[in-house]
Design a protein. Structure first.
Length: 173
């Protein structure tokens, strides 16, 4: 009998990749716990609600996480190189750039009550590209201005979801 081919879609590899299934289960359990926490959020009456209420938005995000997690166990069937490629990529240790990115995002998240959502988003857009190796100011600066403005337009102006202004709100108004 020939060895099992695992070349992605259409291969004879097992349907479910066990490590990814375990990771998906962990993500789903965490999401379920967080979803339960949202049941304690204050519910806004439909009459006063502006589109997505404060109790519904986190549930939408968590539902998206769960839907994405459900695809993890079968992802190897759709990637060239299949399971071997995914597993070989995972053998490498987490790089310094990843830890710096996480630290930067935690720091900006901690500053958000002071800087506000919009200014925090500008900081993320301004600081992450150079951290990832893109040092082109002609690209990074417009991105750091245009992307947060688009997010503001979509969420605040179209969806009527208010952002936290922060203590430094006078800088962006």
């Amino acid at each position: 009998m020939p060895p099992e081919r695992d070349a992605g879609f259409g291969s004879r590899a097992p349907l479910v990749h066990k490590p990814d299934a375990a990771l998906a289960a962990v993500i789903i359990v965490i999401a379920a716990g967080l979803f339960y926490l949202t049941t304690g959020f204050e519910q806004v009456p439909d009459l006063l609600s502006q589109n997505v209420g404060p109790e519904k938005f986190p549930r939408l995000v968590l539902t998206a996480f769960v839907l994405l997690a459900l695809g993890l166990p079968i992802e190897h069937r759709f990637v060239r190189g299949g399971r071997e490629r995914l597993d070989s990529d995972r053998r490498r240790p987490i790089g310094t750039r990843t830890w710096l990115t996480a630290g930067l995002l935690v720091l900006i998240g901690a500053l958000m009550p002071y800087a506000g959502t919009l200014l925090s988003l500008v900081l993320v857009c301004l600081l992450l590209p150079p951290l990832w190796g893109d040092f082109r100011p002609r690209v990074v600066v417009p991105f750091a201005i245009v992307f947060p403005l688009i997010v503001k337009l979509v969420f605040e102006d179209l969806l009527k979801v208010s952002f936290e202004p922060g203590l430094l709100a006078f800088l962006v108004d």
